[in-house]
Design a protein around this ligand. Sequence first.
Ligand code: ATP
Ligand code: MG
Length: 435
Amino acid sequence: MGIVIFREVVNMLNERTHISKAIEKIGEKVTIYGWIEDKRIVGGVAFLTVRDPSGLIQVTIKKDMNRELFMKASAIPRQSVVKIGGLVRQFGSKVEIIPNFIHVLSIAKHPLPIDPTGRTEASIHKLLQNRPLSLRIPEINAIFRLRAITKQVIREFFINKGFVEVDTPKIIATATEGGANLFEVNYFGKPAYLAQSPQLYKEQLTMGFDGVFEIAQFYRAEKSHTRRHLTEFTSVDLEVAFADYNDIMNILEEMIKYIFTEVPRRGHKELNILNYTPPPPPDTIPRITYNEAIEIIREGGVDIKWGSDIDGEALEVLAEKHPGFYYIIDWPWDSKPFYIMRKGDLSESFDLMLGRLELSSGGTREHRYDHLRRNIKEKNLNVESFEYHTRFYKFGMPPHAGFGLGLDRLMTILTGRENIREVVLYPRDPETITP
Ligand code: ATP
Ligand code: MG
């Protein structure tokens, strides 16, 4: 049977009542817009469950009250988009709508590629291939609301501190940190690259602002097949003038406390849907030196060479001792990029960890022209090719420090998800670019 598809000409936003509000309007007439999530015909009664992003409501049509509407409702495929007008009434413990009209605005063709009610579980691969449809699954929808809340909380934290939000370019002419892991793009026949971080730009900007921050996507051509790496990820970056790494660790600690207090408060509805409680805000974040970490690891029976990165088994041992937030500070200079402040064999640097997950890296930066050039040479990079950047260090560069924090990794912690792909709308990894 043919279903007439309506084309709205009225102002939909004006007349729409969200379902979460409609259920409070007992005895009133409302117009709702949403999707038919479920449909049951029991005897002579059609029960439609209609969902919008705010909630669910039942719509009840009795055949003997309105035969035409009953027939129409019975024929609408699940997940079609409808506009329904009617009276809200209390029925036992339930609230329902007795409609006087149902307009179909868009038909859903079956079978759907995934079950948007989430009752039939789909693989992450399937969900990602059908991302927009997957957003109708309440848990998945809640993840992305929490992500938006988190970004707002972070932005607010920085703005309250007086930092200025900036936008650095994502197409760059030269390799920022030495060239590895860069995606090359064809820029009108010449090679250019996708930025892997805002590092050098944000440092330059401390010439003009007390503090700058950016929340943006960056690109790394790493063939990492883990649940914490993507080739396109969102970084929360801060750079502050007249600060060193201790100041920055204090700010980051304050920010972590703010996030782990404010996101659960503002996102309690979403966390309820996820049935998840994020870790509580830490009282203080302990600062363990790299040397102390190496000792802990060796005491734990894992052989580790001084100077090497802490991962695998070594990290396991460390995380067992420190399951919560902690900083690893004073990394060997050899393991850090040229712009980090050197301190003998060590550097004024830190990683913020949560158990075995690295959330952020930061440090004091080298702000002295000669030292910076020397560092570049020591890292076997070409000093001249960095002159476009280092030359500003001749004209009054303030001491500065900062951090970069992975928003996607943070979101896995805030939502209790294992895989970074679950907290990114359209994740890109070395194997897949979802359409
Ligand atoms: P890792 O050692 O885990 O690969 P990294 O030390 O190379 O990370 P940094 O350059 O220190 O990463 O970047 C700062 C932060 O940005 C990291 O602590 C992490 O949270 C996030 N990050 C870096 N690379 C990625 C990526 N490929 N995917 C997701 N997040 C990332
Ligand atoms: Mg790092």
